[in-house]
Design a protein around this ligand. Structure first.
Ligand code: LRH
Ligand code: MN
Ligand code: MN
Length: 388
């Protein structure tokens, strides 16, 4: 039997990066609702992320999106973040909001547009040098809407050539992660639609290039934990963008739509060594809070990941292996389900208190009056939206 005391040392080192854009206002193409207290500057987004870390001990870094988080002085932003107890984390490049990129960025047929997109990534690497960030995350909106619109093959070749230029500029301690998504904003094809394409592109680059798996970027019914297992097996799972979805790329709170799927993913992460000290896997959220308050939305999210990690760690592995070896189908399934149905919340609450954290971070935030204080303080200026 695995006990909570056995798994505590692993929980101790769990770290989940928060996306700066989760603290901005967001919505759908129909309406973006404003929330009182929403940040007006990158510094205010970082302060909100630091609050999540203060109450949970789980979120020591904030991911940036360039150009959404542009500042004049990156070293000053870094010192500001460190003063609040958080690091600046993954830098996300953004080549999807300029007219020049209407028909593609790193895959564009025009070499001048491709070079412009490559140069943007070079600027992101400069930012990383100043912020001390390790990872450059590339997600491309590139794709086509109609069969025949462009050459699928030529675009893939352009992508390989552009990525190689960016890879060559990575510092010794820097990495590149290539995120895939099977649709949106392009609807016929996207240039990095699936893990296989990301894997094919990053494997020819070298050891510093990995795949990023965003849980919302798969067709409904996809067995995501299988992909997790395969990428770990191949040594190419670089990072997660966690969120949950009911229909499309909903970016809802991780574990909200399908807690069992999150459990199965984390079970495969553990099996593949993804929680070990030297693991290459970076855990990150990629979410938006359209109608709920953003700070408690992020607190709920990191707690969901922690709770499912604890349950996945509690799987009685010797019992599972014995049942599997005996082809005891229902016995093996039962071992897994026993762990999934274990309520770890009381043990986690006690463990948090032992580390000087609030037993219930959601309650502590609600009772702190912090949300009201932000709403009173953050008047004037322009609230940021998730995409600026
Ligand atoms: C694309 C995506 C990608 C972007 C983020 C804002 O859907 O998941 O990670 O950087 O959303
Ligand atoms: Mn993502
Ligand atoms: Mn997405």
């Amino acid at each position: 039997m695995t006990t909570f005391a056995d798994i505590a040392p692993i929980l101790e080192r769990q770290a989940i990066e928060l996306p700066s854009w989760a603290f901005g206002n967001s919505g759908t193409r129909f309406k973006v609702f404003g929330t009182p207290g929403t940040p007006r500057t990158p510094e205010e987004k970082i302060a909100d992320a630091a609050k999540v870390n203060e109450l949970t001990g789980l979120a020591p870094a904030v991911a940036l999106h360039i150009p959404w988080d542009l500042v004049d002085d990156w070293s000053a932003l870094r010192s500001y973040a460190e003063g609040l107890g958080v690091q600046l984390g993954t830098v996300n490049s953004n080549t999807f909001q300029e007219d020049d990129y209407k028909f593609g960025s790193l895959t564009h047929s025009d070499p001048a547009i491709r070079q412009k997109a490559v140069d943007h990534h070079f600027r992101c690497l400069d930012v990383m040098d100043a912020t001390g960030s390790r990872d450059l995350k590339i997600w491309l909106a590139d794709g086509t809407n109609y069969p025949g619109q462009d050459s699928l093959r030529a675009r893939q070749d352009h992508l390989a050539e552009s990525l190689a230029k960016i890879y060559d500029r990575l510092g010794d301690d820097q990495r590149m992660v290539l995120e895939y998504k099977f649709f949106e904003p392009a609807f016929y094809h996207t240039d990095v639609p699936d893990w296989g394409t990301s894997f094919a592109q990053v494997s020819v680059l070298g050891d510093k290039a990995y795949t990023c798996l965003d849980t919302g970027h798969h067709a409904p019914g996809t067995n995501i934990e299988f992909i997790v297992m395969q990428l770990l097996r191949l040594g190419k799972l670089g990072s997660f963008d966690f969120n949950s979805r009911f229909y499309a790329d909903d970016d809802l709170i991780v574990g909200a739509a399908d807690p069992f799927q999150l459990f199965r993913i984390l079970f495969e992460v553990i099996n593949g060594g993804g929680l070990e000290v030297d693991s290459p896997v970076q855990f990150m959220l990629d979410q938006c809070h359209n109608v709920e308050d953003k700070i408690p939305g992020q607190i709920r999210s990191v707690l969901n990941v922690q709770e499912m990690t604890a349950r996945a760690l509690l799987v009685d592995r010797p019992a599972l292996e014995a049942a599997q070896a005996a082809h005891d189908v229902l016995g093996a399934n039962g071992v897994l389900m026993d762990a999934f149905y274990t309520d770890v919340r009381p043990a986690l609450a006690e463990w948090r208190e032992g580390r000087g954290l609030p037993a219930d971070p959601m309650k502590a935030y609600a009772e702190s009056g912090h949300q009201g204080k932000l709403a009173a303080e953050r008047v004037g200026g322009k609230q940021l939206s998730w995409s600026a």
